[in-house]
Design a protein around this ligand. Structure first.
Ligand SMILES: C[S@@+](CC[C@H](N)C(=O)[O-])C[C@H]1O[C@@H](n2cnc3c(N)ncnc32)[C@H](O)[C@@H]1O
Length: 578
């Protein structure tokens, strides 16, 4: 058997890639490079001060093998030197807190993997392993962790087990390096204290796998004083936390004002590392008061959108998403959430009391009709929808399109998803079905992507019917706009008009049922307030589909907490075979 496969076959493809990247990364990593990547705010001298007390130890990742014993055997048979597994305390407790699962139900273990040539020296990969065989209760946790990579980190060993050294390192990393404290703990089995830090920066391309946004300082022995000081900065007291939550609307407005001013277009950031212009000059360029701008930027620093430089600011990876020319720029969404949707959220109490959308009480008509009459808002809405299209990236690859000829995108907006299908599968033709006022922008978009001659644009109303003759029908972020009755009407319309063997693909965020957090909960409230729709659980969609004559046959996960629901007309040959 191929030696690589001996261990790789025990892991899910995403976990395997993670381990491979980490093994490759640790072979060339050094302390200075790790600090430069994760704490770019440190000067060369400060990095040298930290490095005088620390040495590169390992890269750590959390994986979910079906069997840890088999995984270890696989590594050993491929020539890796593997330590004996020990129970994890810190990562176990972090997962317990994050997912509301009792800590003693989470048998997270730590294993050190040394590449064949390195024996037991530094530069190894630390695997945190939680067994999750098919059908395990931890499948949901595994899926989310594989996307979010909350536990991936790079670790430095601190040479002197000394509280003063730890406090000094901690303050250099947070006050100068731009890192924030991110918890920690003591593992009695390893007799080791760990302090975690989180980087707001995207790591420089190529310097290490981009999921490494966290740094761990490891020191032998128990250091309760240093640990308490460190975790106190990470765990805010409840009053402070509630104050932060209650003033969330200020963040919405601060981001919207930054978007309106085009602030991000005038600042350097990780992908554009030029020197920032001084505040006075920036204020002049933007036509705003220097004092007001300074205060806005200070607030945006706390929100981790910018970081201060000597006489100005630069963008973090978060802040760069507000640039007009950023890939999937979130600027249009920032303007909508700080604009009309901000006004309607002011009437959320009405929506909660009556169960009716608040938007219509503020604007006098429903969201889609109002936007249709306000072209600037309609354009902003279409761009905002396209902005979260990161969710769409994997979609065409999740569907067997070999025998499909025509894809119909029902309520396809400006064609973002349809365009991906056409780019992915050259033999496909597309039909974009939308309200008339949206079609012009879609025409432009599809032409810009080079698909004008493979696509028909059809104006219409999906409550009255959908184009016939497609092989694949898309309903992306449509059903969540409507209540159950209207949803059922739309799905029944589809069932009546689509060919018997056509496939129906639905993109939505699913409300979790296992207590995990999801963006779906926030957007559910947004739907209540702004369109009178709702997010739903998978089971809820299955019920609606079934009542309309479809079978929900599979669900695939998508980025940004999205899901792709695969449905077939009940009784079709394919539904029976799937
Ligand atoms: C939330 S957006 C989703 C757009 C796109 N599918 C996406 O996921 O980005 C909903 C879309 O449904 C369209 N829409 C709303 N009511 C419609 C109707 N009765 N008939 C056709 N399209 C409609 C809107 O114009 C809007 O583009």
């Amino acid at each position: 058997m191929d030696v690589r496969q001996a261990w790789a076959a025990e892991l899910d493809p995403a976990d395997r890639t993670l381990v491979e990247e980490s093994l490759a990364f640790v072979s060339g990593a050094d302390t200075d490079g790790v600090l430069a990547g994760l704490a770019p705010g440190l000067t060369e001298r400060q990095r040298a001060s930290v490095a005088a007390h620390c040495a590169m130890a390992h890269a750590a990742v959390l994986v979910f093998p079906a069997s840890l014993d088999r995984l270890i055997a696989g590594f050993r048979s491929a020539g890796f030197s593997v330590g004996e597994p020990v129970p994890s305390v810190v990562v176990r407790d972090r997962l317990s807190l994050r997912y509301g699962v009792p800590a003693d139900a989470l048998n997270v273990r730590i294993v050190h993997i040394h590449r064949p040539s390195t024996g037991h020296g530094p530069g190894f990969v630390e695997l945190f392993a939680l067994e999750a065989p098919g059908g395990s209760e931890f499948t949901g946790i595994a899926a989310r962790e594989r996307t979010e990579r909350n536990e991936s980190h790079l670790a430095l060993d601190v040479g002197a087990p000394d509280d003063v050294v730890l406090a000094g390192l901690s303050s250099l990393l947070t006050e100068h390096g731009g890192l924030t404290a991110d918890g920690g703990g003591y593992n009695a089995v390893e007799d080791c204290t760990v302090l975690y830090f989180r980087s707001p920066e995207a790591t420089p391309p190529g310097s290490n796998p981009d999921h490494y946004r966290r740094l761990e300082l490891r020191v032998l022995g128990h250091h309760p004083g240093a640990l308490a000081a460190h975790t106190a900065t990470a765990t805010d007291d409840p009053t402070k936390r509630l104050l932060e939550l209650m003033t969330g609307a200020w963040t919405t407005q601060a981001i919207a004002v930054a978007a309106e001013l085009g602030l991000a277009d005038h600042l350097p950031g990780p992908s554009r590392p030029e020197a920032p212009c001084p505040i006075g000059e920036l204020a002049e360029r933007l036509g705003v008061a220097p004092d007001g701008l300074t205060r806005l930027l200070r607030y945006l620093t706390a929100a981790e959108l910018v970081t201060p430089t000597t006489d100005s600011y630069r963008l973090t990876a978060l802040g760069e998403l507000l640039r007009r020319d950023a890939r999937h720029s979130l600027r249009p969404l920032a303007l909508l959430y700080g604009g009309p949707f901000y006004q309607s959220f002011g009437a959320l109490a009405h929506a909660v009391r009556t169960g009716q959308e608040a938007f219509a009480t503020i604007f006098g008509q429903g969201h889609f009709d109002y936007f249709a009459e306000h072209p600037a808002l309609a354009t902003l809405f279409d761009s905002a929808m396209a902005a979260s299209a990161e969710m769409f990236e994997p979609v065409p690859g999740l569907v067997d399109l070999s025998d499909a000829r025509v894809v119909v995108d029902v309520g396809g907006g400006s064609g973002e998803l349809l365009s991906r299908f056409l780019a992915h599968t050259p033999h496909l033709r597309g039909v974009l079905f939308e309200r008339a006022h949206v079609l012009e922008r879609a025409r432009q978009r599809l032409a810009d992507d080079g698909h004008a001659d493979r696509c028909d644009l059809v104006a219409g109303d999906f409550t009255q019917g959908v184009p016939r003759g497609g092989d694949v029908y898309l309903l992306s972020r449509i059903l969540h706009d409507w209540d159950d009755e209207q949803c059922l009407a739309i799905l029944r319309r589809c069932a009546a008009d689509v060919p018997e063997d056509a496939r129906l693909l639905i993109v939505e965020r699913l409300l979790p049922t296992d207590g995990t957090s999801s963006l779906a909960a926030a957007w559910d409230l947004h739907m209540l307030c702004n369109v009178g729709g709702r997010e739903r659980t998978a089971e809820h969609y299955a019920r609606l589909l079934s009542a309309a004559g479809f079978d929900l046959v599979a669900i695939s996960g998508l980025p940004l907490d999205g899901s792709l629901l695969h449905a077939r007309r009940r009784g079709s040959d394919q539904a029976a075979r799937t």
